[in-house]
Design a protein around this ligand. Structure first.
Ligand code: NAP
Length: 294
């Protein structure tokens, strides 16, 4: 049976992901709060719906790619939400980055309707979304995972079924710990180079060939050197992800001091009105702390 696919949340990530699904020949029904967000998809052949419930009613696999935990709760469980339209046997696939415990709650509510939910957050940024090369970390039922796998393969390359409901979000929180602290580490390295009168571009080039080499050094390091903070991954979203990490640490009673430290930079960045900048702009705060201009 050909599946009709629903897609809700058409921002920096959701729009190119939905376009890739259409490009792979799938029938799409979509919903966004603003009509202009849906326009490029309608032009590409998708059907626009006026609520998440309408999307869910007309599709057997429903993707969501919205911002934060309350947004997923609203889209899934709120007024005219997915839960009001979803049919038994359908699968909701949340690809947003949200709280693992909230994910388990939403999943349990959807299962009361005979539906499955997978949490499938991603890494790879807007470039990965456009190129269909995202890393996808999946939590939930194995059979549901197998059914959605061909669709995940349109969106990404490194697709891992991590464990039961919430495990994908736990994996993403782990990812964000590494990304955030690596951004801060790259920023500190470039600061030391500058303060020593050494060319940061040469330091980056040299480090890329050794043990310190990473995608963060490559991509974010270049953004820092160019002071180019066009998003990308917004600082406000990274602040949200570090909040998820800290909440999880609190729930579990574990100490993650490194993650807390980077979270403070992100708090200051967002507090100063720079939440829409790429999260590489943590470097701006590090520079500010050291009395250096942008
Ligand atoms: P974004 O550009 O801000 O897009 C979010 C979209 O969700 C917007 O179109 C927004 O609609 C919609 N939305 C938010 N709340 C909603 C609600 N309550 N009901 C309906 N629609 C709602 O963000 P993004 O960069 O695509 O990120 C989406 C998710 O992917 C986030 O959880 C983020 O952490 C994660 N992520 C992002 C990246 C990245 O590099 N950008 C990488 C990995 C993971 P409006 O336009 O109407 O506000």
């Amino acid at each position: 049976m050909a599946e009709t696919i629903g897609f809700i949340g058409l921002g920096i990530m959701g729009l190119p992901m939905a376009i890739n699904l259409i490009g792979a020949g799938h029938r799409l029904v979509v919903h966004a709060r603003r009509a202009e967000s849906m326009a490029p998809l309608v032009q590409a052949g998708a059907k626009a719906c006026d609520s998440p419930a309408a999307v869910a009613w007309q599709s057997t696999v429903i993707f969501t790619m919205v911002a934060d935990t309350p947004d997923v709760e609203q889209v899934m469980l709120g007024e005219r939400g997915v839960i009001d339209g979803i049919q038994a046997g359908s699968i909701a696939v949340d690809m947003s980055t949200i709280s693992p415990s909230a994910t388990r709650h939403v999943s349990a509510r959807l299962s009361e309707r005979g539906a499955e939910m997978l949490d499938a957050p991603v890494s790879g940024g807007d470039i990965g979304a456009i190129n269909g090369t995202l890393s996808i970390m999946v939590g939930g039922n194995e059979t549901a995972f197998e059914r959605v796998l061909p669709l995940f393969e349109v969106l990404g390359r490194n697709i891992v079924h991590v464990g039961p409901s919430g495990a994908g979000q736990v994996c993403k929180a782990c990812n964000q710990i590494v990304v955030a602290q690596t951004i801060a580490a790259v920023g500190e390295a470039l600061l030391l180079a500058e303060a020593s009168g050494v060319d940061g571009a040469k330091v980056r080039e040299s480090l890329l060939g050794g043990f310190a080499g990473s995608r963060i050094l490559e991509v974010h390091g270049q953004r820092m050197l160019d002071a180019n903070y066009a998003p990308g991954f917004k600082a406000s979203l990274h602040q949200k992800d570090m909040r998820i990490v800290q909440e999880a640490a609190q729930e579990l009673g574990i100490a993650l001091p490194g993650a807390s430290q980077v979270a403070q930079y992100l708090n200051a960045l967002v507090g100063q009105g720079f939440g829409e900048l790429d999260s590489a702009s943590v470097y701006r705060m590090q520079r500010q702390l050291n009395g250096r201009s942008d």
